[in-house]
Ligand binder design. Structure first.
Ligand SMILES: [Fe+2]
Ligand SMILES: [Fe+2]
Length: 402
């Protein structure tokens, strides 16, 4: 491993990049990260290498990608990682390399092209299609079994969208992945531990002993369920599809529910609390995640039964284990069964209690808010998003006005 040049350590970024043969790079959202054994021994270097875009711009670099090379002996130590969002704005024929999430791999064979792979390359800024021609069996295996890979490729265009033609795959180390997991995989914003503590406190405040016992049996006493509950994504796509998404969504629904209980003394607060916390608990069994907590698909039982049915079974078993009375169990299960609001949205019956109806609305508000946030995340003020399949419309991000 090569030691970072002294000028890096002194903050002389411009000279250092030139030393490395990296010129004219896109700086708007580049993440510089020094990867490798030296990083862990050179904390100063790691900090300085993660320069903000504005500080890089102040260092005198062009805001447009023209060319870069990593010709110096540091090439293996430095990953110049353009975000996927920035790659999608690039011209055709630009070289790209870096560590990205890979998913949806599919191998195809045609007479003309031979065997090739199609897959999705992504990070928290977006996703794009990628191809790998003349794919080798080891590369197929890597794309099938890995969530993150280092790629080298060239930007191209297919169906008016930027597509990456990948020509090299490298398996990253766990340290490399761990070092930039937050840039690669969507995590929810916020303090997951604090959210979990607040949910536990709300559960502990349920006065009905059987309801309280049922909720705590799942999200506190059952070590597997409670662990998954804290980190599981809320969905594969559309809303809260990030590490911790289920917890964040549950926390949102719970806080809305508590607001309504304060406004309407006629609501059964115990039932509202239990429903808010447990309405999507079946997702811990419905959604399959990889070792990093990223959603990779549905489980077999998720495909065959879905999270409403799976949640009902979990809640019914937990209720039995703590001696929950039949009437309360039935009303709780009804709220879970009906929380999607209508048969066409996955609930076989309409909500038939005031609490169940309200939980359905609050669930929908949390999901829709997240979808809107996601749709305009990369959009400039005063512009529309691309067509959003989940919301079935383009979303507008209002301008700042005067
Ligand atoms: Fe749901
Ligand atoms: Fe939900």
């Amino acid at each position: 491993m090569t030691k970072p040049p002294a000028s890096f350590l002194a903050g002389g970024l411009s000279a250092s990049l030139a030393d490395m043969g990296i010129i004219g790079v896109e700086l708007k959202s580049i993440t510089w990260r020094y990867v490798g054994a030296k990083t862990r021994r050179s904390n100063n270097a790691d900090g300085l290498l993660q320069q903000s875009p504005s500080s890089l711009l102040q260092a005198g670099f062009s805001p447009l990608v023209r060319q870069y090379s990593t010709s110096s002996n540091m090439r293996e130590d430095i990953i110049l990682r353009l975000s996927v969002g920035e790659i999608k704005k690039m011209q055709q024929g630009q070289a790209v390399s870096g560590l990205y999430a890979v998913s949806r791999f599919e191998a195809r064979t045609t007479e003309k092209a031979g065997r090739f792979g199609i897959f999705t390359v992504s990070d928290v800024t977006g996703s794009m299609a990628a191809r790998l021609w003349n794919i080798a069996p080891s590369q197929e295996e890597a794309l099938k079994s890995r969530s993150f890979l280092k790629l080298k490729g060239i930007t191209g265009c297919y169906n008016n969208e930027v597509q990456l033609t990948v020509n090299e795959l490298i398996i990253p180390s766990a340290e490399e992945i761990g070092g930039c997991l937050r840039e690669l995989a969507p995590h929810v914003d916020g303090d997951l531990a604090a959210m979990y503590r607040e949910i536990l406190a709300a559960a502990a405040a349920i006065r009905h002993p059987g309801l309280r016992g049922t909720v705590e049996a799942l999200i506190k006493e059952d070590l597997i369920v409670s662990r998954k509950f804290q980190y599981h994504p809320g969905a594969l796509s559309y809303h809260h599809a990030a590490i911790g998404g289920l917890l964040k969504h549950t926390h949102e629904v719970l806080s809305y529910a508590m607001d309504f209980c304060r406004r309407d003394g006629g609501l059964n607060q115990d039932m509202m609390t239990a429903l808010a916390i447990l309405h999507d608990i079946g997702k811990v069994e419905e959604i399959e995640v990889d070792g990093y907590g990223l959603p990779v698909g549905f489980t077999k039982s998720g495909k065959l039964l879905g999270h409403i049915c799976l949640g009902l079974k979990m809640v019914a078993a937990a209720g039995r284990s703590v001696g929950l009375d039949q009437e309360t169990a039935l009303v709780l299960e009804h709220g879970i069964y009906s929380h999607h609001g209508a048969p066409e949205w996955g609930s076989p019956v309409l909500p038939k209690t005031k609490e169940a109806q309200l939980i359905h609305y609050l669930d929908n508000i949390s999901a829709k808010n997240d979808q809107f946030d996601l749709a305009v995340r990369q959009v400039e003020p005063g512009s529309f998003s691309a067509y959003d399949r989940g919301l079935q419309r383009e979303i507008y991000k209002p301008g700042n006005g005067e």
